[in-house]
Design a protein around this ligand. Sequence first.
Ligand code: NAI
Ligand code: MG
Length: 355
Amino acid sequence: MPASQTSSRIAVIPGDGIGTEVVAVARQVLGAVSARHDLTLTYTELDWSCRRHLSEGAMMPADGLETLAGHDAILLGAVGWPGVADHVSLWGLLIPIRRAFRQYVNLRPIRVFDGVESPLRAARAGEVDFVVVRENVEGEYSEVGGRVNRGFPDEQAIQESIFTRAGVSRIADYAFELAATRRGQVTSATKSNGIVHTMPFWDEVVAERAAAHPGVRLESEHIDALAAKFVLQPQRFDVVVASNLFGDILSDLAAAVAGSIGIAPSANLDPTGTYPSMFEPVHGSAPDIAGTGVANPVGAVWSAALMLEHLGHQRAAADVVAAIGSTLADPATRTADLGGTAKTEQVCEALLALI
Ligand code: NAI
Ligand code: MG
């Protein structure tokens, strides 16, 4: 992680739909917390979105990645809008950013907050607090493969998985280092009984890296059993490390355990600090509620807190997370997705008052 610095350049991509509404709140919260902690954050606001695609034919300009490279971090709302196919918005912006900037960690903290009811009886506030660390650039989501004999009875599709020693080592190292700052427990998702080449390799490399982190405990669980344990005993996890596909599925399951997609944050990290990392709520642009002022801004605000943490501003980040906890605990400042009646604006005002 980059050393603490008092001035950071942030590229802001609000995107589409409620992305613009929740990022506006995150910006105000960042403004308040920066004033309090004497941080200088400068912002470049970028209108890259499906709106731009519809008017100019691309989600971002041809030199978009170069523009972003001049920043310390990227804060993103969400992209996606009817009229632009979802794979176009994803592959035209998010995937190129994740891959060009080698954001090989996808980090998803999961916490059951006081006042947010989990659909699980076993998931009580204060007890469920873990992080899913997903490998974000290789594994099952590779571009290697193809289709042959299209339309004939002998048509075939082949999709190769790519697991590299470097790729598995660095994601395992990230998970062990994170666990060392938390409760010291890493759970590795595997399926070495069914997937007989890549998953035993994953297990071997993860175990090797575990040996280099003697203070941390490692357990391996098959992905199917692990999915069941997320539901039955979510409080037993600290850091869960998984390949791209397994981590994708587990992190959505975990977000559901926490009670609402509206509060879930994520970070796409290049832990080496060579490239900017990107911070975004887990939710999408929610066209069904866009423009009505009811979007829950917590996912975006918590993502902004992860950004502060990555930039080395741990105390400022902790203030933001504490303010989130207070607004969620108060029924008057819960949005409709959490069974409340508060508007986005009211949550924003409450967060600003707390900070
Ligand atoms: P979505 O997350 O936008 O919405 C799913 C449901 O959750 C909707 O009913 C929505 O109203 C609700 N919801 C989501 N966020 C909320 C919030 N902050 N507060 C209150 N309610 C919230 O997922 P959906 O509908 O599958 O996708 C809509 C568009 O967003 C699509 O174009 C999709 O491709 C895009 N998308 C973009 C993502 C990104 O930019 N990272 C991630 C997921 C979807
Ligand atoms: Mg997903």
